[in-house]
Design a protein around this ligand. Structure first.
Ligand SMILES: NC(=O)c1ccc[n+]([C@@H]2O[C@H](COP(=O)([O-])OP(=O)(O)OC[C@H]3O[C@@H](n4cnc5c(N)ncnc54)[C@H](O)[C@@H]3O)[C@@H](O)[C@H]2O)c1
Length: 359
């Protein structure tokens, strides 16, 4: 009996602490400046004369590079991330622990009493495979959570929002429609793809209805330092590198003739900032890619070469539903957004290798 009572007390205390942290954090700005901003600058160090940007998902792979790009341009950067998949803390940012699905978490932003000028929205559930078995999670985070971010931004005078969409929305277009252009219809094959498509449609209608200034960027295959090789859903490059580093076989699924358009993460970060500050208001979307098509088999050999590894490249049966040919036409990105990627694949692989070896 005594044990049961103790267990009940423990549960009650846990619930109180948990509900305070997750639901009511930010209801007290005093706490915000102490307990919640542990790994970053305190609120008192925020310089209000600098332009400000909020990066949702800023602790993640792409987010951490966007943060660096913004800091290099003298932005005051705020991160909003629930740490579910990102842990790349930057000592020069103010970090808020928040979930984009929880309305109360947004109170933290109001409590800052700082005008946020720009928002980069990257927070998302990111796995195509997981979305097949957990579609509700993708609806809640990528559609409803994104809508909460947009409504918060719209009602708080944010000048422009750039959000991460994905090439997954193009699905597997017929060969005569590749290289892929932005005008292609939705052909996504997963709840993940659908969630990104719906997120775009919310942006588009908010732009029409309320003059919400926003841009969606459809990233192709992003690679670079800080992409987690231990996450089975991570990009193929980080998975190949993990094997090449340890001399194990680099396994290509299928015959390796499938192609992808790989873009270095620093180029993605520059494209985001270009769209953010480009002065366009009306909703638009752009594919962010290089226009260069790489066979996965060739990629595997290049990774082995860059690592000077003894790994063999081997093949295993293809996954069901794997896209055969994916390369984009970067015309709109280059000519309308005025952005051209700078980092060639082999150069990007070398930078990524240096990071891998430093881990
Ligand atoms: N990496 C790619 O190749 C690629 C390609 C296309 C699109 N994208 C998109 O780019 C964005 C960033 O992707 P990434 O590869 O950096 O992924 P990532 O998982 O490294 O970053 C996402 C971040 O969002 C955070 N997050 C997740 N759910 C959250 C929630 N409910 N509330 C607050 N924070 C939350 C995670 O903790 C993580 O730090 C995502 O929107 C993803 O869909 C990525």
């Amino acid at each position: 009996m005594k044990k049961i009572i103790l267990a009940c007390i423990a549960c009650f205390v846990f619930f109180k602490v948990y509900s305070f942290n997750v639901l009511d954090q930010g209801s007290c700005s005093e706490l915000l400046t102490t307990a919640k901003v542990l790994k970053g600058i305190p609120l008192s160090s925020v310089q209000k004369d600098r332009p400000s940007a909020l990066v949702t998902g800023g602790l993640g792979f792409i987010g951490s590079h966007v943060v660096e790009e913004l800091l290099s341009r003298h932005f005051q950067v705020f991160i909003y991330d629930d740490e579910s998949n990102g842990h790349n803390f930057n000592s020069e940012t103010l970090n808020l622990h928040g979930d984009i699905r929880v309305v109360n978490d947004f109170k933290q932003l109001n409590n800052l009493q700082i005008q946020i000028d720009y928002v980069v929205h990257l927070a998302a559930s990111i796995s195509v495979a997981e979305s097949m078995t957990m579609p509700d999670k993708y609806n809640e985070t990528n559609i409803q959570g994104s809508a909460k971010v947009f409504f918060w931004a719209q009602s708080h005078g944010v000048k422009h929002v750039v959000a991460a969409s994905s090439a997954a929305i193009y699905g597997d277009p017929p060969a005569n429609e590749v290289p892929i252009k932005e005008i292609l219809p939705y052909r996504g094959k997963s709840p993940y793809a659908w969630s990104k498509w719906k997120m775009e449609r919310i942006m588009e209608s908010m732009s029409k209805e309320y003059g919400f200034c926003c841009t969606a960027l459809r990233f192709f295959n992003v690679y670079g330092p800080r992409q987690d090789p231990h996450n089975p859903y991570s990009g193929v490059i980080s998975l190949f590198m993990e094997k090449a580093k340890s001399g194990q076989d680099v396994v290509v699924l299928g015959d390796g003739g499938q192609t992808r358009d790989f873009i270095y993460v620093k180029d993605i970060a520059r494209a985001i900032v270009k769209a953010l500050l480009g002065g366009r208001c009306k909703y638009d979307h752009f594919s962010v890619c290089t226009g260069k098509e790489t066979k996965v088999q060739d990629l595997a050999h290049t990774v082995v070469k860059v690592f000077e590894s003894k790994s063999d490249v081997t093949n295993k049966p293809a996954r069901n539903g794997d896209i055969r040919k994916s390369v984009c036409n970067p015309h709109k990105l280059n000519n309308v957004l005025g952005f051209v990627p700078e980092v060639a694949l082999e150069e990007g692989l070398k930078h990524t290798k240096e990071w891998f070896l430093s881990q």
